[in-house]
Design a protein around this ligand. Structure first.
Ligand code: FAD
Length: 461
């Protein structure tokens, strides 16, 4: 019997990893990559899995850093991206950095020489009806024609825009001797209880110092091709608002009205509000705090806000061009489009952020597609990695944990992994020092990943 190939669109980090996972399961893959026939604004070569900017895969610390944990899980799941990164390391302290050309060439050669992979160097502009199973992994710079197709397919209004990303903070790093829970005017709103926001108060003096820091802080420049895209007035960076007028923020995201500081019984001069960001309630985003400040400047300046002096950031703010879909609304729990399940999405287009996260979602898309192809009694629940693993936590966030209305791209971080979990043998005690907690979470993740790997293999056989 002739088995139809699986079509993967986009030979970047996610598409290459997905192709490898499928090919290694004995499934024929056609990998469509438009470069070098048609280029993006950022890619420079014809290699698969090109790194468009930094050559770093960030921290390689398995037990104390969430991205290091994701690396290790990927290694244990036979990742081509990790194999190629490890073979082409350059010195970078605790980080995993690579020789970018050698890295991409190794990925390219491995796939080009694989008997189950066929390369097609064409831009895909329409989605043929006779492609039975498709993985779309065209990344943040998806070509305009395909972006239009995806808009039609998903029913979304727009996919490519300036991402205004506000920082996200881990709740256990907020000082509740200073901060308090309250919704403005105690309004409960739909699904709320009148105490839905965390509020951090600033005195006049603290506010003035904060505005000076914002105006003077180091900012990231736009790339040339980004300059033609205007800001949306509705999501101006906070430093741009501060430059327009020293009081602007007190009438915008830092307005204090309707909020009473329980420590003084009075209204504060200004307030920073944080809103719950995930279903677990471990992450809170800084409302209206999109910014182009450099990461180091953000950490320093935001930690001057009372209540946030020891803030741990799960994500820092940013503004850049991006293309991603609203995964919590559109995808099922194995990354298939709910409306049309022959399409699966992978990589940055699903709303994860970064090389490693994009590759990890490519790896899962490949494994899920293989399971679907090889086992007709495909059961969504049994092939998802548990959310106690870094892979499972990231997948869970993008497909169901995040709120669809405010969905923004996400890096892996410990705030996504639950402390307690009914499906895991280990719950993490609450009263542990941060380092001990991280180690336990990572050990549990690797243990649970091992169990899931066996379940997955049994499912295929
Ligand atoms: C300017 C910029 C800088 C970045 N810097 C960093 C960084 O320093 N560190 C970091 O971790 N992340 C960075 N990112 C994010 C990074 O791009 C992604 O994390 C990662 O490359 C995404 O992997 P992906 O496989 O989803 O997409 P990509 O790696 O971009 O791969 C998508 C592939 O699809 C191809 N393609 C697009 N449209 C079509 C089509 N219609 N037909 C066929 N092929 C198509 C593209 O040519 C590309 O090869 C940056 C992103 C941008 C845009």
């Amino acid at each position: 019997m002739k088995i139809n190939p699986i079509h993967i669109i986009g030979g970047g980090l996610a598409g290459s990893e997905a192709a490898w996972q499928l090919a290694e399961s004995g499934i024929h893959v056609v990998l469509h990559e438009m470069r070098p026939n048609r280029n993006t604004q950022a890619h420079k070569s014809s290699n698969l899995a090109e790194l468009v900017c930094s050559n770093s895969f960030r921290s390689d610390d398995t037990y104390f850093n969430a991205v290091g944990l994701l690396h290790e899980e990927m290694r244990r799941l036979n990742s081509l991206i990790m194999l190629s990164a490890d073979s082409n390391k350059v010195p970078a302290g605790g980080a995993l950095a690579v020789d970018r050309d050698d890295f991409s060439q190794q990925v390219s050669k491995t796939l080009i020489n694989h008997p189950m992979v066929t390369l097609d160097y064409n831009e895909i502009t329409t989605l043929p009806d006779d492609w039975e199973q498709v993985i779309i992994a065209t990344g943040p710079l998806t070509s305009p024609a395909l972006t239009d197709e995806i808009i039609k397919l998903t029913g979304e209004k727009n996919l490519a825009f300036f991402d205004a990303i506000a920082p996200i903070i881990q709740i256990n790093s907020i000082d509740f001797d200073i901060a308090w829970y309250q919704s403005r005017y105690d309004k409960a709103g739909p699904g709320g209880n009148g105490k839905d926001y965390i509020n951090c108060p600033l005195s006049k003096e603290q506010f003035e110092g904060f505005i000076d820091n914002l105006i003077q802080g180091d900012k990231v420049d736009f790339k040339d091709w980004e300059k033609s895209t205007p800001y949306f007035e509705g999501c101006l960076p906070i430093e741009v608002m501060a430059e327009r007028g020293r009081e602007t923020l007190r009438f915008g995201p830092m307005k204090p009205i309707g909020l009473t500081n329980p420590n003084t019984g009075k209204r504060s001069h200004a307030v920073v509000q944080l809103r719950q960001d995930n279903a677990l309630g471990t992450l809170y985003n800084m409302v209206g705090f999109q910014t182009k400040l450099k990461y180091g400047a953000q950490e320093t300046i935001f930690r001057t806000i009372p209540g946030l002096n020891n803030a741990e950031f799960s994500r820092l703010g940013g503004i850049h061009r991006n293309t991603f879909i609203n995964s919590p609304r559109l995808l099922d729990s194995t990354l298939r489009l709910k409306k049309s399940p022959r399409f699966r999405f992978a990589g940055q287009i699903t709303g994860v952020e970064g090389y490693v996260e994009s590759s990890a979602i490519g790896l899962l898309a490949g494994k899920f597609a293989a399971a679907e192809k090889l086992n007709k009694s495909f059961d969504l629940k049994s092939i998802r990695p548990p959310e106690t693993t870094a892979h499972g936590a990231l997948l869970s966030y993008i497909t169901e944990g995040a709120k669809a209305e405010t969905f923004q791209p996400m890096n892996i971080n410990f705030g996504l992994l639950p402390a307690a979990n009914e499906n895991s043998l280990t719950n993490i005690p609450k009263k542990l020092r941060k380092k001990e907690k991280r180690k336990l979470i990572s050990e549990r993740a690797l243990f649970d990943l091992g169990l899931w790997k066996t379940t997955y293999q049994n499912f295929l056989n």
